[in-house]
Ligand binder design. Structure first.
Ligand SMILES: [Zn+2]
Ligand SMILES: [Zn+2]
Length: 428
């Protein structure tokens, strides 16, 4: 099985029957390697090794009590899926709640929702679904019409944080568990360290106590688990997970940051654990005890006058509400047209003013269309924009019988300031 991560790195796993028994139980046939240990083991031993490390993290950081109600926000990806499965298996007596927020990301959110439904059915965990477009009448894609068009992931983060907190309150959750793993944590720590952002570093602790009453405790049970082993666990236990990347993921920026850490790991297999330990046991306590930070960390929490959620913003409007206010100023959020709408749109337009691109196929529906391969999405930003530069003054239309492919072009070009639409369906 192949898995494409959000930074477009690919994980691969093929289970095979090795011609020797499991290195741990010495009975069953070995079928999988534990990457961090470089030993080949059977399925049961892999699971036991994997689950024990999580159990140890949960217990040593005292993450929750058996009477807590724990919510797991599911993205459809391997991390949250594995987290839910392991919590259910290790603590069958604890009240678990799966939650899925459908953010209205076209060609992504609905598919991920289907996967999450399957996962919760398989694990027999109750699932609560919140549909952003239905509840609040906007979708994450709409931010492409605002000045945050190149920062969609950060806007999405602000909106999700607000919803995490609101949903946790409504469902009476006392604990929110997130799927942050070792690799996430250490690479974020290093980046914050290089940026000198010590305040944010403190937020990377495995347990974050509530800042005010009524807020849930946030815990990271996968804190000490390497990412690759999470993927192996998900595959080995046949957990339903999505195998496609969010269309807004910008792979070029994330990839570079992680590469440094991966290079270090090649020299020293324990480096991630060593860094985690230095940050957690030395640096974070030092930051927390420094008078300057102490003052900042205990600053009073403001309440947003628009949504009532806590905010650190001094003007009492949280970042989520500020961003949503921008959407209200956008009158037309059309990114997609049906074929009929397209015909109507171009009816009165000068043919010179438009350009039609057809992705991955030849078609006679659009006789003057320009063929383009979806491979072109992977070229450098510079090369991509150079190709489309001659069309800057035109209105561009993209079509593919797999509308996700053409939609990816539309998003990329819209972010670069083009006037562009996806033709989503062709029926006569
Ligand atoms: Zn074994
Ligand atoms: Zn607000």
């Amino acid at each position: 099985m192949k898995y494409i991560k959000s930074d477009y790195e690919v994980f691969e796993l093929e289970l095979k029957s090795y011609p020797f028994p499991c290195k741990l139980c010495k009975k069953e046939q070995a079928i999988i390697e534990i990457p961090s240990q470089k030993i080949k083991v059977c399925k049961d031993c892999y699971n036991q090794f994997f689950e024990n490390r999580i159990k140890k993290a949960i217990e040593s950081y005292k993450m929750f009590k058996t009477y807590d109600k724990i919510g797991v926000f599911l993205s459809g990806g391997k991390d949250s899926a594995t987290l839910l499965a392991v919590l259910k298996k290790l603590y069958p007596e604890v009240a678990l709640q799966g939650i899925y927020i459908n953010l209205g990301i076209r060609y992504y959110s609905d598919k991920a929702e289907e996967v999450v439904i399957k996962l919760c059915k398989k694990l027999n965990v109750p699932l609560y679904i919140y549909n952003l477009p239905k509840e609040e009448n906007f979708r994450i894609d709409d931010f492409i019409f605002t000045y945050f068009k190149n920062k969609i992931c950060s806007v999405c983060g602000a909106i999700k944080r607000y919803l995490f907190s609101k949903i946790a309150k409504n469902l009476g959750l006392t604990v929110i568990a997130t799927g942050h793993h070792l690799d996430d944590t250490v690479s974020t720590m290093l980046n914050l360290f290089f940026q000198g952002d010590f305040e944010s570093l403190v937020k990377l602790e495995p347990v974050l106590k509530p800042l005010y009453t009524g807020q849930a405790t946030k815990i990271k049970p996968l804190y000490t688990t390497p990412e690759k082993e999470i993927f192996f666990y998900a595959v080995l236990n046949e957990l339903p997970i999505v195998n496609f990347v969010c269309p807004h993921a910008d792979f070029t920026s994330i990839k570079k940051k992680k590469k440094f850490l991966e290079d270090l790991s090649k020299e020293n297999r324990q480096i991630k654990y060593q860094l985690l330990s230095v940050f957690l046991k030395k640096l974070i306590p030092l930051i927390k005890s420094h008078p300057q930070y102490k003052e900042k960390l205990v600053q009073p929490v403001n309440i947003c006058i628009k949504c009532g959620e806590a905010t650190s913003s001094s003007d009492q409007i949280c970042s989520r509400c500020k961003r949503i206010a921008l959407l209200n100023k956008v009158s037309d959020k059309t990114l997609e047209l049906s074929y009929q709408e397209f015909l109507k749109y171009v009816e009165k337009l000068d043919k010179e003013k438009i350009a039609i691109f057809v992705v991955n196929e030849e078609t006679d529906i659009f006789p003057n269309a320009i063929y383009i391969s979806s491979e072109f999405l992977n070229v450098s930003k510079r090369k991509f924009l150079k190709f489309f530069k001659p069309y800057k003054d035109k209105i561009l239309f993209f079509y593919s019988s797999d509308p996700k492919q053409s939609y990816l072009f539309v998003l990329k070009l819209k972010k670069a300031g083009f006037k562009v639409f996806n033709i989503k369906s062709v029926s006569f």
